[in-house]
Design a protein around this ligand. Sequence first.
Ligand code: LFR
Length: 488
Amino acid sequence: DSPLTLAAVDLGATSGRVILGGVADGVLRMRHIARFPNAPLNLTESQSGAQVVPTEGLYWNIQSLFAALTEGLREAAAAAPGLRSIGIDSWAVDYGLLRGGRLMGLPHHYRDGRSSRGVELVHARIDSAELFNRNGLQHLDFNTVFQLAAEEETGFLGLADRILLIPDLIAYWLTGQERSEVTNASTTGLLSVSDRQWDPVVLSRTEIPPEVLTALVSPGDRVGYLTEPVAQRLGISHAVEVTAVGSHDTASAVAAVPFEGSHGAFISSGTWSLVGLELDSAVLSEDARKANFTNEGGVDGTVRFLKNVSGLWLLTESMRQWQRDATDAERSADLQSLLAEAAAVTGPIPIFDPSDDRFIPPGDMPQRIVDWFSERGIVPPRGRPEVVRSILESLADAYSTTIELAEELTNRRVDTIHIVGGGSQNTLLCELTAKRSGKRVLAGPIEATAIGNLLVQARAVGDVDSRATLNDLRAIVARSFAVTEYAP
Ligand code: LFR
């Protein structure tokens, strides 16, 4: 029985969780402590009529998230008297603006529409080819650099003296220390892909004052200890540190992919599907830029060469719409039975591009999918099971073409696709991926993000040898969790 000495706080776009973990005899054990919803605030929806108000927009309810995660940590501390370390990860790119140590307002949600204005402003100062050469990132309207440009125009950025990405903001509230964890910082667009330091050229061209950014830390570094008042609130009377992990959830998830050799690709499948390869160095070719591949920073200096393909968001957002439309009798219809019906659909199913920009904002996904087909003169799927089937076929198709592209762009051969995260539980999605790609799929672990978070902490505090490589950590994953194989 291994003592549970580590806590992972993992915040996803639809829910957050606190999980305890401990490594003994080369095996990771985990205990789920708390799970809580993450419901964004749509302040536009709550306004009446067409009146435009300054608060319009989509935001994260950061206060309620912080309350829920600290309550989870209090329960974790009670269940694990030997708790030594806490690691925090979340989705990427979003941030809080602070002045004098105080948060200036709710952090915007990356699905808020304002960033397209920021794209225009940034591209007027630095074109997309030069930006890619400097930061290695795929173009996504919501990359922090574009969000900040939109913020600058409203005068908000000028009032701030600090920018902290979501996990860094939480670490600051827990420890009083302001730091920027490097894997997540690599998604801002402000970090140089060559040395992974804040890029002075991008900063000056976009007129972001360097003083608003904080010192970088790497996964495994100590951020600080819980402050006295926080420790008291959590019922802790000994020193507990916050350890930097791959604070970008995808960095932690990929750290926990149990690759078997050098021919594996990953799909981190949740709200998004992050599809690609782990490399030692960035690919900055013109072909990679045109294909809109990204080079994100990973744990231990690795590079995640990937594309954001949409994900289970299409499914959850469709379910939300169907709930809104449903009569009382239908309201109980659950995802599991719908997936079973989708699996039973026979005959040809049309597929769409799940990465079309129209699917980014919240709203009526089934209608947008129908529109996508109608605009092209293609007969759309009819009825809910067919729509679900079309979503999953489209994702599987996008997975398969993205991996082929990655093979071409890197001149590597992939024989196995690892699917981790919530999507690895979706049997139909895994089967379709194997079928469409013609490659073996290994599904699991589901909680890859929390696992990657915990293993980096385990190495940092010495529960695992401090010289352990990423491969050694992955061997722990393979020993601790089963995977399900799907043949092509
Ligand atoms: C996945 C993820 C992706 C990022 C998107 C927005 O949860 O972190 O990697 O592109 O969310 O932050």
